[in-house]
Design a protein. Structure first.
Length: 510
């Protein structure tokens, strides 16, 4: 058994399978999410962007390292005149200036994706030059200085230089290792030559710190690469959304133009079509009933009957299309009043009874007794029940049965159920049957042709009443159509108010 319900708004009154409609959109969203969550971007993909960020950072902190070198030289010379650091200071400032000039040339030259690797090698070579200057400082010795003072001074200077280099140049991958590798060699040579435990301890601690800072800078670099990757994916996604939005706006504009053209066509052609059809129906009926005299040729009488039937079919089709168009445009107004669902259903059964007897179809009714009135549009409810009954009579074979039920729903509403023992509908064809002009393959082969607008109109009218529609069918066993009206449409009886008797004598006296 397959169930289908309609809860669409006025302008989307046809049941559709949302899964097949949104499959491409869901796949695109899934692919985009997977790209955003992927951490496998190559490191070199954003080499140029990282180089630009690094050059900007170097320009912002250009005065930081020269200031630190100058302070180190001044402090060393101030506290101990035997420690002459001015040659080292000048060499270090020259090495740093070379790095700044290279960064400036790279910035002016607009680093491209192809030249990013070359500029990185040049900047790393400049870092090695600065590292040699710091190795000179690490290899410096001061025999006349106090051992503890000089050890503390050199250790603090080297560790500050290590931390400063790490956090200023971490955007340049490998800069910390290239800058401080000569320092490690200088400290190792000093420890080997002096065999001083303090020098050995400083070497071990510095190597450990260098490994730690190298790890930190590598993580920072990778994090920035991921941020750039996410930014790039976000920009691509925004661009795709903008393109999709522009396409959607254009499609909406065309749809609005097409809808306006359709409304104008229907408004202008409804009168143009109905006027000649009424004439055709009237004159053909006069000729078929031989009001003005007999038709000598019986074939002519048969043709006149066919003309009348075809005209009636075309008029019904035009009326259904106009009803559907009014509902889509939101121009269908409900004339609500108190109606009896059972009475309307009985009237509709009487209207289709003649067609049912012609096919030897038996209609059985099962109605709940004493059902209260509904607040609804009688014409719309009558059309709903009549469309469902007409479909049941149309698709039920000769000698079949139709069961019509009217009763209460579990939520306190009312329903009408029409069940037949016709050929049924395959499960995959139910969305087609519920769509405009849609018909099932078995129904088309085994029954008379129809317009395919009955069920969409039923869904739309029930939706206007805040109701719902269910279609249950099993192949070769039959179909059940259920129209449900909500509990808020049911008019509950109100008990009469007992008023106390009025004493007219007291009123006259008063």
């Amino acid at each position: 058994m397959s169930n289908s319900a309609s809860s669409s708004p006025d302008k989307i009154i046809v049941y559709r399978s949302r899964a097949s409609k949104n499959r491409d959109t869901a796949k695109a969203v899934k692919d985009t999410r997977e790209r955003l969550q992927t951490n496998g971007q190559p490191v070199g993909t954003y080499e140029r962007e990282m180089m630009e960020v690094h050059l900007t950072s170097v320009q912002q902190f250009a005065a930081l390292m020269p200031l630190f070198i100058l302070i180190v030289a001044l402090i060393g010379s101030y506290f101990d005149g035997d420690l002459n650091l001015f040659p080292w200071m000048l060499t270090s400032l020259v090495a740093h200036s070379v790095y700044l000039l290279l960064a400036r040339f790279a910035r002016k030259g607009n680093v491209s994706a192809e030249s990013a690797a070359k500029w990185r090698k040049r900047l790393l070579a400049a870092q090695v030059l600065s590292g040699l200057c710091w190795a000179w400082f690490a290899f410096t010795n001061c025999p006349a200085c106090s051992t503890s003072y000089f050890f503390f001074f050199k250790s603090a200077t080297l560790f500050i230089a290590l931390s400063g280099t790490s956090f200023v140049f971490f955007m340049l991958r490998g800069a910390t290792l290239y800058a401080m590798a000569p320092v490690v060699l200088a400290l190792a040579a000093t420890s080997y030559l002096s065999r001083d435990p303090l020098d050995v301890a400083l070497t071990v601690v510095f190597v450990t710190s260098l490994a730690f800072f190298a790890f930190i800078t590598d993580r920072l670099y990778s994090s920035n690469v991921k941020l750039l990757s996410f930014q790039s994916e976000k920009d691509d996604l925004i661009a795709e959304l903008e393109v999709a939005k522009s396409m959607s706006d254009e499609a909406r504009r065309r749809a609005e133009e097409a809808n306006l053209a359709k409304s104008r066509f229907l408004a202008s052609m409804s009168h143009e079509l109905r006027t000649p059809l009424n004439a055709i129906l009237g004159f053909s009926e006069v000729m078929a009933t031989e009001v003005l005299g007999p038709l000598n040729n019986p074939t002519y009488k048969e043709y006149v009957g066919d003309i009348h039937a075809s005209g009636q079919h075309l008029l019904n089709l035009i009326n259904e299309i106009l009803d559907l168009s009014r509902i889509e445009a939101g121009r269908y107004q409900l004339n609500e009043e108190a109606v009896q669902l059972v009475d309307i259903t009985e009237d509709c059964i009487g209207m289709v009874q003649l067609r049912a007897r012609a096919k030897d179809i038996h209609i059985f009714d099962q109605f709940e007794p004493d059902m209260p009135s509904l607040w609804a549009d009688e014409k719309a409810i009558r059309q709903v029940v009549l469309n469902l009954l007409s479909n049941a009579v149309k698709f039920t074979p000769k000698g079949g049965e139709i069961v019509v039920k009217a009763g209460w729903t579990a939520s306190g509403g009312q329903y009408v159920s029409i069940k037949d023992n016709g050929p049924g509908i395959p499960e995959e064809e139910i969305p087609v049957v519920l769509s405009a002009f849609g018909q099932g393959s078995i129904a088309i082969k085994s029954a008379e042709q129809g317009t395919g607008l009955g069920l969409p109109i039923v869904q739309a009218l029930l939706h206007k009443h805040d109701g719902s529609f269910l279609l249950k069918s099993k192949l070769r066993e039959g179909t059940e159509a259920i129209a449900i009206l909500p509990a808020k449409r049911v008019l509950q009886p109100v008990d009469a108010v007992d008023e106390p008797p009025v004493d007219y004598r007291k009123r006259v006296i008063a």
